[in-house]
Design a protein around this ligand. Structure first.
Ligand SMILES: O=C(O)CCC(=O)C(=O)O
Length: 305
């Protein structure tokens, strides 16, 4: 991240802390008033009157929306269990990948830039792709696919029964939030994808990208809070329908919040300058007849190590 971007993030973080409704970071040309208004209209409280319709309107027009569903709907207990499971699984999978002779990513504090980001962090680290774990561009960010644990769908990967029970509770709670929203846009396919994205402390910012075509929506349920320091997800509003990418914002999220964004919306995970992993569970909803083959290609499994 450039020093300018870091300074803007810091400035907006302070503003966000002072002014509770502004839960957005200004990371491009978007001005504070616009960011505040955008985040207000993009954010709904689960179960408020017309919440699903309002969230769907923002998802359709801006390419994203945030539903605050913490508390009874998505409980701290469930989130904590899933965080423990996800962390332990990542450690186990990394150990297996390491035993295959792959050079694993490590934060390189010797190359710290003035803004605290390990500039040489990716040196020597390999991107890799297994069914159970993908290392994104060798930058300290992992995609860990999981089964969709609600209705026993047979996915590409499986979990031990106790871990599946933990994620089953989370996926059911996420589904109660996301399905009514996405169903306002199109008929939802029964086929689901799920997983966790985990960025290590020191992980680099991603290039801005789209995940794929029309008819797919990513749903993020943070297991750890998204704060400026650990690199929240930055989105460029309206880019899913051809809007220019000159402005972007990165919603600050608490565990229990749910972020939905259109696959076509430009976005990226920012650098994790904190000291802890940033973990987020995700699910992908697709319109009937649409399938994401780009992000979930076939790959070698780690299962028989
Ligand atoms: O980590 C994030 O916030 C976004 C992740 C992402 O877009 C990706 O892994 O492709």
């Amino acid at each position: 991240m450039s020093r300018f971007a870091a300074a803007v993030l810091l400035q907006c973080c302070t503003a966000a802390a002072l002014e509770a409704p502004l839960r957005a970071l200004r990371a491009g040309l978007i001005d504070r008033t616009t960011a505040t208004a955008l985040m207000r209209s993009a954010t709904v409280r689960f179960d408020a009157d017309g919440w699903a319709r309002d969230a769907a309107r923002s998802l359709r027009d801006e390419g994203f929306c945030v539903v605050r569903a913490g508390g009874a709907q998505i409980s701290d207990r469930v989130l904590e269990r899933c965080r423990t499971v996800a962390s332990a699984r990542l450690c186990d999978l990394l150990a297996r990948v390491g035993r295959r002779g792959v050079e694993l990513w490590r934060r390189d504090d010797s190359g710290l830039a003035a803004d605290g980001v390990g500039v040489d962090a990716a040196a020597g680290a390999e991107p890799f792709r297994y069914l159970e774990l993908v290392h994104r561009e060798g930058t300290g960010r992992y995609d860990m696919p999981l089964p969709w644990c609600v209705d026993g769908q047979a996915g590409d990967v499986s979990l031990p029964v106790a871990d599946e029970a933990a994620f089953g509770e989370l996926h059911a709670a996420m589904d109660d939030v996301a399905r009514p929203v996405v169903s306002e846009l199109w008929p939802v396919s029964a086929e689901m994808r799920a997983g966790c994205v985990i960025s290590e402390p020191g992980a680099l910012a991603q290039p801005s990208h789209r995940d794929g075509p029309d008819g797919l929506v990513t749903v993020f349920a943070p297991l750890t809070a998204f704060v400026p320091r650990n690199g929240p997800t930055e989105l460029s509003p309206a880019t899913h329908r051809g809007g220019d990418d000159s402005s972007s914002l990165a919603p600050l999220l608490q565990p229990g919040d749910v972020l939905l964004f259109d696959y076509r919306c430009l976005h990226r995970g920012l650098a994790n300058q904190g000291d802890f992993r940033r973990e987020v569970a995700y699910a992908v909803y697709s319109r009937q007849g649409v399938r994401d083959i780009q992000n979930f290609p076939s790959a070698t499994t780690l299962e028989y190590d």
